[in-house]
Design a protein around this ligand. Structure first.
Ligand code: SF4
Ligand code: ZN
Ligand code: ZN
Length: 320
């Protein structure tokens, strides 16, 4: 039986890319230390005054909230706010909101809920059907916009999201395959844009299995039921299959891919991105075109571009 590298007791957890066996207690410690190290190394707190943690209620973001709350001081963070977007999906969103509220309460973390129905007057299913687009593509856009807008309106220095290594590696391969280099550039561990909080992925060096094992050991509650719209595209599934096979042959393959992609982003993609940087003429948020995708989506589906109004309303404390 393998022994824990840190204490010599029986080890039940193997970190394959580090060739490391650990007992439960030291595995938890290892995961937390890795997250702190990632946050510090990439300057993810953006000064650390007020850090918004985007929490969906799933295992990744709830674990991120737990670790950020526990290791806040080591990360150099003054205040944490858990932010949840209630998407208005029947039979799912209210459960997710309740789980997030309860866990924030038990950790003593301030919690803000942004309800899509209160903000836009419609829930995600209706918005997606009016837009004639798959719910997940509308969801990603709307959640990203609302959370960034909330962070800007409340003067946050950073937004933490629960993307992990498996997510990042899969999306990187997919973006490379379809030639979406702008999305690829956004997959950096920490993205900085003028006038915006740092967008950071503190779990980016941890695999999904490690986070699930951490959540179980640390007793992190989370929603078991997936969102009813959850599905993967054919390209994502193929990329995941390829990465799993590569990882079996070469433990640590996803980390190698991450580091190679970072060289590509920082050396070649970012300089071009910076030149094409602009702001939405309606709401002023960063945009790839003269009007941002949120303002375009809301204009097409609700009859008016809502960005400016949303930004103003999020400055009021009515959604807390
Ligand atoms: Fe949104 Fe799709 Fe995730 Fe559901 S599965 S929360 S619709 S991105
Ligand atoms: Zn140990
Ligand atoms: Zn806009």
């Amino acid at each position: 039986m393998a022994k824990c590298r840190r204490c010599g007791r029986e080890a039940g957890y193997r970190v394959s890319y580090a060739k490391l066996w650990l007992c439960g207690e030291h595995f938890k410690e290892y995961v937390e230390e890795r997250v702190v190290e990632t946050v510090v190394r990439h300057g993810m707190t953006g000064g650390g005054g007020r850090v918004v943690v985007a929490v969906s209620g799933g295992v990744d973001s709830m674990s991120l909230l737990a670790i950020t709350a526990k290791r806040r001081v080591e990360m150099g963070v003054e205040k944490i706010v858990g932010v949840h977007v209630n998407l208005g999906i029947e039979g799912y969103s209210d459960l997710a909101e309740a789980a997030v509220r309860e866990y924030c309460g038990s950790l003593g973390v301030e919690c803000t809920v942004l309800r899509l129905r209160d903000i836009l007057g419609v829930g995600l299913p209706e918005l997606a059907s009016r837009a004639g687009r798959p719910p997940c593509s509308v969801c990603g856009l709307v959640k990203r916009y609302l959370i960034t807008a909330y962070a800007v309106a409340t003067g946050a220095s950073a937004v933490f999201t629960g993307h992990h290594l498996d997510d990042a590696a899969r999306y990187m391969l997919k973006d490379l395959y379809v030639g979406d280099f702008k999305s690829l550039a956004g997959l950096k561990p920490a993205v900085r844009e003028p006038g915006l909080p740092v967008k950071a992925k503190p779990l980016i060096t941890l695999g999904k299995k490690d986070i699930e094992a951490y959540a179980e050991l640390a007793g992190v509650p989370h929603l078991e039921a997936p969102c009813p719209f959850k599905h993967s595209t054919g390209v994502e599934e193929a990329a995941e299959g390829f990465l799993k096979a590569l990882e079996r042959e070469h433990p640590g393959a996803r980390l190698i891919l991450l580091s190679s992609m970072l060289k590509l982003i920082e050396g070649y993609l970012e300089p071009v991105e910076r030149e094409t940087y602009r702001r939405c003429s309606v709401c002023g948020m960063p945009s790839r075109s003269s009007v941002c995708s949120f303002c375009r989506l809301t204009e097409r589906t609700l009859g008016e571009p809502m960005g400016g109004r949303v930004l103003r309303s999020l400055s009021q404390p009515v959604y807390s």
